[in-house]
Design a protein around this ligand. Structure first.
Ligand SMILES: Nc1nc2c(ncn2[C@@H]2O[C@H](COP(=O)(O)OP(=O)(O)OP(=O)(O)O)[C@@H](O)[C@H]2O)c(=O)[nH]1
Ligand SMILES: [Mg+2]
Length: 323
């Protein structure tokens, strides 16, 4: 089985950081309650493994926003695995489900990349309101805490308030900021920010962008231009083009990911607002249907509410394994 190989290779291994699982569980409480209680109800409702158990499981996963396609694949795999193992006890389904989820997520997971040379550059994109600016702020704070010098580029020039919001995050996190006036060319901001980052010996440059312009094609063209300017200035693509999607928008997150994939080619996803939804199963749909690794997750509005995405920990947090 592929997942066995995966675990032998130790991919998706959880970090050994005290309290990390408890903090993640707290952030994912809503999804955890829905999936853990729901699964226990389904399993307790059957004396043996039978077809109706799998049908109820399908319903539960779809409710958790795992998505139709991924749910059907998951449950087909479970059905087959239970048959092959000649399993009869419904309680045996839970660890299998957890392992399969880890396999799906682990096959598509990667840590946040660092640049080969300073500055490491992260370009943050996504439709409006998904949590881009907040993520930029949280990420800046995290890098600063690690002793890195951080510069923010205010390339959302569409609204004056967007620049002010980023300034607030710069002040909070201790990062520097490069900004122009509202209405200025965002690519010019990106260029100036990249030049400043090189001149000032910055470790990490994070570029915030607009989520809404007059049209969607304007937005994509603008983001492509920003990326091109950064690439010219750095001599390589940005180290990450992070697509921010809002977990509470459910399957919309999938269409957004597909839309951006056809334009700026994101290198990874930041899934925000997981604290506000029971539909955290969307992570699986993103990994399985879009094929983009989830790199970071947002579990609150606070400066510390950004987590690295670890498949093993995530599944443990939403499935209450072993309890
Ligand atoms: N609960 C919760 N709220 C979040 C999270 N991330 C962002 N938010 C909130 O979502 C709202 C929108 O966040 P922004 O960071 O302004 O979103 P944006 O993508 O920059 O929005 P535009 O610049 O308008 O495109 C704010 O109220 C944030 O506090 C999260 O992980 N959890
Ligand atoms: Mg913003």
């Amino acid at each position: 089985m592929a997942w066995r190989n995966l675990f032998r290779r130790g991919e998706g291994k959880a970090p050994d950081e005290p309290g990390i699982l408890d903090r993640l569980k707290a952030g994912l409480q809503k999804t955890r309650t829905m999936l853990t209680d729901g699964l226990d109800n389904v399993l307790r409702g059957h004396r043996q493994i039978e077809e109706s158990l799998f049908e109820e499981l399908e319903e539960l996963l779809i409710q958790a926003d795992v998505g139709m396609k991924t749910t059907l694949e998951l449950v087909d795999w479970l059905r087959e695995e239970c048959r092959q193992q000649k399993m009869t006890d419904p309680q045996g389904v839970k660890p299998l489900l957890a392992q399969r989820m880890k396999e799906i997520l682990g096959s598509c997971s990667a840590p946040l990349a660092e640049g080969p040379d300073q500055p490491t550059v992260y370009l943050v994109v996504g439709v409006n309101g998904t949590g881009k600016t907040t993520t930029v702020g949280k990420l800046a704070a995290r890098c600063q805490r690690r002793g890195q010098k951080v510069l923010l580029g205010a390339a959302d020039t569409f609204r004056a308030a967007a620049i002010e919001q980023l300034e607030t995050w710069a002040a909070r996190s201790g990062a520097e900021i490069v900004k122009h006036q509202a209405g200025a060319d965002p690519a010019a901001v990106a260029h100036d920010a990249a030049q400043a980052a090189k001149a000032r010996g910055v470790h990490t440059l994070i570029i915030d962008t607009a989520g809404r312009l007059h049209t969607k094609s304007n937005l994509m063209a603008e983001l492509e231009k920003i990326e091109k300017v950064l690439a010219r200035s750095l001599g390589r693509r940005p180290d990450e083009v992070l697509l921010v999607v809002d977990a509470t928008t459910g399957q919309n997150a999938i269409s957004q990911a597909k839309m951006f994939k056809g334009a700026v080619e994101p290198t990874g996803v930041v899934l925000t607002k997981l604290d506000g939804t029971a539909k955290g199963g969307i992570v699986l749909a993103i990994a399985a249907e879009v094929g983009l690794p989830v790199k970071l997750i947002g579990v609150g509005e606070g400066i510390d509410d950004l987590r690295d995405f670890h498949p093993e920990l995530f599944v443990e947090a939403i499935l209450a394994e072993g309890s």
